[in-house]
Ligand binder design. Structure first.
Ligand SMILES: O=C(O)c1ccccc1NCC(=O)[C@H](O)[C@H](O)COP(=O)(O)O
Length: 194
């Protein structure tokens, strides 16, 4: 999220977490801006910093000097990278793509949460979730990748995730969030959660 009104909308609509992309992207936010936006996030809603391809020492330096409460690492971060952050007072989220037959395991890299995503983070591309319907992934894992207000209920019913994560599906154009779609997405997802 980049705009105050988007953060406020997500919080009001019942999001459990809000994410800030700190990696090169049309959605990138400066660390200083995250610090301002965090003031809009009440206790109980997790403030997530999203990273990809950044050396772990740099991730660590950014996180240590911020009010980020959880670090979401996309792509090829190794177990050793997660270990580098273990002493920080943050939760760790590992985001990876899922291939049929793979043993997806929450915590295998030392993470607290796992995101099963498309091969292209933040692209809005859907992927074949059907193998997940035949697999039990234990623990706190989230489905992501091409979710929208229109398909999130079906995706939850098919894969039974612990949570869901969305970016493109609640935008009007790439990098521009749409508060109406944020509300619609959260209403649909929360309805499924019961
Ligand atoms: O959003 C980005 O530009 C981005 C860049 C680099 C790493 C991660 C990024 N975003 C992550 C996400 O938006 C979500 O966690 C996830 O990939 C789902 O994205 P989407 O398919 O757009 O809903």
């Amino acid at each position: 999220m980049k705009q105050a009104e988007d953060v406020e909308c997500a919080v009001e609509a019942g999001a459990n977490a809000v994410g800030f992309v700190l990696t090169e992207s049309p959605r990138q936010v400066r660390v200083a801006d995250v610090d301002l936006l965090v003031d809009l996030v009440p206790p109980g809603v997790l403030v997530v910093g999203v990273f990809q391809g950044m050396p772990i020492a740099q991730v660590r330096a950014i996180v240590a000097g911020s009010r980020i409460q959880a670090v979401q690492l996309h792509g090829g971060y190794a177990q050793a990278d997660f270990a580098e952050l273990k002493d920080l007072p943050v939760q760790l989220i590992r985001a990876t793509s899922f291939d049929d037959g793979e043993q997806a395991q929450v915590g295998s890299h030392g993470e607290d949460y796992l995101i099963l995503d498309s091969k292209h983070a933040g692209s809005g591309q859907t992927w074949d979730w059907s193998p997940l319907a035949r697999t039990t992934v234990a623990g706190q894992w989230m489905l992501a990748g091409g979710l929208t207000p229109e398909n999130v209920a079906e995706a939850i019913a098919a894969t039974r995730p612990w949570g869901v994560d969305v970016s493109s599906g609640v935008e009007s154009t790439r990098g521009v969030k749409d508060t109406g779609r944020i509300r619609e997405f959260l209403a649909a997802a929360r309805f499924c959660a019961g």
